[in-house]
Each structure stands twice: as structure tokens, then as C-alpha cells.
Design a protein around this ligand. Structure first.
Ligand code: NAD
Length: 535
């Protein structure tokens, strides 16, 4: 039995199914537009209180939420596995552990990152001015995630938003709504004030209603097509949006790489989460002279992988999260076949299992002009192309509308770093693959159609605050030379600003001082004369 999204005859209910077994996991309401608007209103009220809290209070809440997660570790992992089809162990390793790390990191460090910051203002400082930046929370942060990491992505974004002083409304994917509800339950058990973290369940219509309700920020994870719709809708209210979108991530393997390790990495990078990670290895380019050897290493490793229902601890490859996703994979593999590629292993649905399972598949003889080398597959496929030179490898990797992550394998670290810098992707790893989303300390986001803005790291935290510049004139006794009225003395002074002050050089600027004083005296005289005339 495969997963079908059902509304159970009525348009107001969504049933979540286990894609590996077809069993119902639970049901949730399809939240109406009116209820979404009401949730935003409640969220604004909760924000008004929360923004006044100290970092210590925010930190306590997030650390308490971590304790709740740890106390229910296995149950949460089983829920994630049941709703998404991923192996139980993978739910712990790739969702729960990384988000626990992110939570402790930001709980301990957000206050330092958001401390008021003095800004160097160059020669303006000589005029007895000073500047600092202070960070204010934004307000209501709407989190709209995909189904592939239904726990770690929305929870990580929610935790960061809360630490920055915002309130949160999450609209989980319609394929994994119970995991979304679980996140809110965790915060409630940790003692969150009422309405500070809310969930609105439903499909894209609920997501669209959330965008229409004009939150103060939208953190979206999903497809390019939905990202564009959200950006267009958000633009009506000038709502700022972070878009974490798709990928077609390349892995480059040079002949001098540790091939055994690179083969292990490629198999994990392509097939974990049944290939449904935004940063999955979707294209592998190996140096021609080792291509045959490397391919047979990969095929050998794939033969050892056990596929099955994710609850089994010995299962390496779970089910696809939906029937729709399985069909996309089937189409892409058929496209590869029809365009002349060779299936080295796999290449079909795993019919020995009853759910949405697709066999881990390795494809050779591929070219970049094949359609399935350009579109995101999001499934357990690993197409392998070859290259002769470093330049060619970079060109092949960059030949994509996407630019989320990339992976370079070589024993020559200088070459690795040189190649990494030339690849158009938000995160490039050398002798590593896929896992950098798990490093909450570092920024995450894509180049090109893979997204806009960042989550995680300092850059991600900056997306959740408004910087405010506070500028002080510590010696407010003289008028500024650039004030009105303008005269020929003024214009001569402005020429001096352009030539000397704007050079940034103290020495050159000193040449301007006589002209500056002339202009200030002129302004003082104008002011005095006007007072005299008044009297
Ligand atoms: P999707 O775009 O179909 O849906 C994502 C979310 O948007 C869901 O919650 C959905 O209900 C909601 N939605 C749908 N239509 C909407 C609308 N008009 N307005 C507002 N919300 C709407 O994507 P998906 O199939 O759930 O996820 C798969 C995609 O996510 C892949 O392309 C994958 O690469 C991408 N992804 C990216 C990252 C990243 O960090 N860059 C991480 C995970 C997944």
C-alpha cells in the first residue's frame, strides 16, 4: 500500500500515513484561512510579551525543550520515521542529534551574537560622533518546512527565532503534520508562554493563508516553484522571506582521492533518507581514469544495503516519503534509460516491499544534457559522469540552475580548496559530503535557484532580527557644514568633502579644515543675522 494524501471525504481533515506500511499515523485538521489569521493575531500578542524577556529566560526555555526531547528520544524518532519513511536510526542521527546541538549552541551564544556592536565610522569619529548597532526581534516568524527533515528544520528555525525574541507559527508539511504538532508539544512541555509557538496544520492552502496573513518573516523550505509563489505573495506586504529550495548537488572525485572513503561517502550522500535530502549527492563526476574502478566500488557497497520499513534498526534505506516522489524517481530513471544511460544497479521500485520503496540505483554513461541531470530527482539515484581535467570538473559541477552544496574529493587539500572556491554553491565540502546542514554553527543556504537568505550560523540569526543603527553626536554645539542654506562657500566645502574627507585619509582631511571653519562661521552668521532681523 502506498501513501495517499486523503481528505477523508471532507476538505477539513488530513490523514498522515506511514509510507512504508500504508498505516495511518494520525489525522489533523486543515486549518482555515480565518483560523490562520487568528493564530497570527495571537502570535503578535505573545510576541509583545516575549520580546521583553531576557536572554537568560529564552535560553532556559530552549534548554528545557532539549531536555524534553532527550526524555522522549526514541518515541520522537519513531514518529519521524513513521511519518517520513526514513530509518529510525537516521531520524536520531540526522534530525534529533543535530538540532539538539543547534539548540544548545544558540542558547549559549545568541546573546553574544546579538550584543550591541560598536561600528567604526572612520573620520566621522573625529567629529565626535559614535555609532552602534542594536538588534531587535522582528515579530511573528512563520516557518513553512518541507517533509524531508520534518523535525530538525522547523525546530531549529523555531529555536533560533525564539532566542532572538520572536514568536513562531509553524505550518508543517501535509505529509508530516504530526511531527509538526510534536514540536509545539515539546515547547509547551518546556513551559512556553501561551501562543508563543503555534502550529497550523494543512496543505499548501494553509501555507498560502499564512503568507497572506503577513507575518514579519517567512522561513520557507521546499521546492523552487512554491518558493516563487511565496516570494510573490509575500511581496504584497513586503514580508521578508528566507527561501531554502532545491538542489542538484554534485560530488567531484579526483583520481588522487582516498577512493574507498569517497565511495562510502557517495553511497551515504546519495542514498541516506532515500536520497530525499536537499543536499543529497544527485550527480557524481569521477576522473575518467578511475571511473570504472570507482563505479564497481559503489555497486559493491549498494549490494550490502538493507531496505525496509524504517522502524528496523538494521534498515539503511527506507521508503520514499510519498507515492508522488516515487513516481518522479521512476520518470527520471526512465529518462536516463531512454537517453542512453546504463543502469549499473537498481533502477526499479522495490516490489518485494509493500510501501513506496525504490531500489538504490547507480546510473553510468550519463551526460549533463540529459534532462534528469538538470532537474532535482530527490530519490535514491546516483548518476555518474566522468571528467578529464580540473577545469572540466568545475564546469560540469556549475552547469546547473541549482547551487546548494557540492563535495570535492582529493588528497591534495590545496586543490580541494581551489576547486571548492570556484563552485557556485552555498556550502562546499572537501573530503566530506552532505552533512553541513547538521552544523548549526555555520550558515546554510543556496546560490542560484537553491535559495535566498540563510538559516543557521551568525548569518541565519541575522535573518531573525532587525538591526538598528544608533548614532550619537557627542558634541552638539556647532551646525553641520552640509546643512541649509547652501551658498558658494558651502559648495566649495562640499568639493573638499569629495576630494579630502571621502579619501578616508586624516592627513588629506586636515587640508579641509580652514574651509570647514569658514563654512561653519558662515552658517553661524546666517543664523545670527536672521535672529537680529526677527528682533
Ligand atoms: P513543497 O514546495 O511542495 O512544499 C513545502 C511546504 O510549502 C509544505 O509545507 C507545503 O504545504 C507548503 N506550500 C505548498 N504550497 C504553498 C503555497 N502556495 N504557499 C505557502 N506554502 C505552500 O516542497 P516539498 O515537496 O515539501 O519539499 C521538497 C523540496 O524541498 C525539495 O525541492 C528539496 O530540495 C527542498 N528542500 C530544501 C532544503 C534546503 O535547505 N534548501 C531542505 C529541505 C528540502
Amino acid at each position: 500500500m502506498s501513501r495517499v494524501l486523503k481528505f477523508d471525504g471532507a476538505p477539513d481533515e488530513i490523514i498522515s500515513f506511514n509510507p512504508a506500511t500504508g498505516e495511518e499515523v494520525g489525522r489533523v485538521p486543515q486549518t482555515s484561512e480565518e483560523d490562520v489569521r487568528a493564530a497570527i493575531e495571537r502570535s503578535r500578542a505573545a510576541f509583545a510579551q516575549w520580546k521583553r524577556t531576557t536572554f537568560a529566560e529564552r535560553c532556559r526555555l530552549v534548554m528545557k525543550a532539549r531536555d524534553v526531547i532527550l526524555s522522549e528520544l526514541d518515541d520522537i524518532a519513531h514518529l519521524i520515521s513513521a511519518e517520513s519513511g526514513k530509518p529510525f536510526g537516521e531520524a536520531i542521527a540526522m534530525e534529533i542529534a543535530p538540532v539538539l546541538d543547534l539548540m544548545q549552541y544558540f542558547a549559549r551564544n545568541a546573546h553574544k551574537m546579538l550584543r550591541p556592536r560598536k561600528v567604526g565610522i572612520g573620520l566621522y569619529a573625529l567629529l565626535a560622533r559614535s555609532s552602534k548597532v542594536v538588534y531587535h526581534p522582528l515579530g511573528v516568524v512563520a516557518v513553512i518546512p518541507a517533509w524531508n527533515y520534518p523535525f530538525s528544520i522547523p525546530l531549529g528555525e523555531a529555536a533560533m527565532a525564539l532566542l532572538a525574541g520572536n514568536s513562531v507559527v509553524i505550518k508543517p508539511s501535509e505529509l508530516t503534520p504530526l511531527t509538526g504538532l510534536k514540536i509545539v508539544e515539546i515547547f509547551e512541555r518546556a513551559g512556553t508562554p501561551k501562543d508563543l509557538v503555534q502550529v497550523v496544520t494543512g496543505d499548501g492552502r494553509t501555507g498560502a493563508a499564512l503568507v497572506e496573513a503577513a507575518p514579519d518573516k517567512i522561513m520557507f523550505t521546499g521546492s523552487v516553484a512554491t518558493g516563487k509563489k511565496i516570494a510573490a505573495s509575500a511581496a504584497k506586504d513586503l514580508t521578508s522571506v528566507v527561501l531554502e529550495l532545491g538542489g542538484k548537488d554534485p560530488m567531484i572525485v579526483f583520481k588522487d582521492a582516498n577512493l574507498e572513503l569517497a565511495a562510502d561517502a557517495a553511497v551515504w550522500g546519495a542514498f541516506c533518507n532515500a536520497g530525499q535530502s536537499c543536499s543529497s549527492v544527485e550527480r557524481l563526476y569521477v576522473e575518467e581514469t578511475v571511473a570504472e574502478k570507482f563505479t564497481s566500488m559503489l555497486v559493491g557497497r549498494v549490494k550490502q544495503l538493507k531496505q525496509g520499513v524504517g522502524s528496523g534498526e538494521d534498515i539503511s534505506i527506507g521508503a520514499m516519503s510519498s507515492e508522488k516522489q516515487l513516481q518522479i524517481v521512476e520518470q527520471h530513471v526512465e529518462q536516463f534509460r531512454s537517453e542512453g544511460a546504463t543502469i549499473a544497479i537498481g533502477g526499479k521500485q522495490n516490489k518485494s516491499l509493500s510501501g513506496s520503496f525504490y531500489e538504490p540505483t547507480i546510473i553510468t554513461n550519463v551526460r549533463n544534457d540529459m534532462r534528469a541531470m538538470q532537474e532535482e530527482t530527490f530519490g535514491p539515484t546516483l548518476p555518474i559522469g566522468t571528467f578529464k581535467t580540473e577545469h572540466e570538473a568545475i564546469e560540469l559541477a556549475n552547469d546547473s540552475e541549482f547551487g546548494l552544496t557540492a563535495s570535492v574529493w582529493t588528497r591534495d587539500l590545496n586543490k580541494g580548496k581551489r576547486v571548492a572556491k570556484q563552485i557556485e554553491a552555498g556550502s562546499v565540502t572537501v573530503n566530506e559530503v552532505l552533512y553541513t546542514h547538521g552544523i548549526g554553527q555555520s550558515p546554510w543556504g543556496g546560490f542560484k535557484n537553491s535559495g535566498r537568505g540563510r538559516t543557521h550560523g551568525f548569518e541565519g540569526l541575522m535573518e531573525l532580527v532587525q538591526p538598528q543603527h544608533i548614532h550619537v553626536n557627542h558634541l552638539a554645539i556647532l551646525p553641520n557644514a552640509w546643512w541649509l542654506p547652501y551658498t558658494s562657500t558651502a559648495v566649495e566645502t562640499f568639493r573638499g568633502f569629495a576630494k579630502y574627507f571621502a579619501s578616508g585619509s586624516v592627513l588629506k582631511t586636515s587640508l579641509l579644515l580652514p574651509q570647514l571653519f569658514r563654512r561653519i562661521r558662515e552658517l553661524q552668521k546666517i543664523r545670527k543675522d536672521s535672529l537680529r532681523n526677527k528682533n
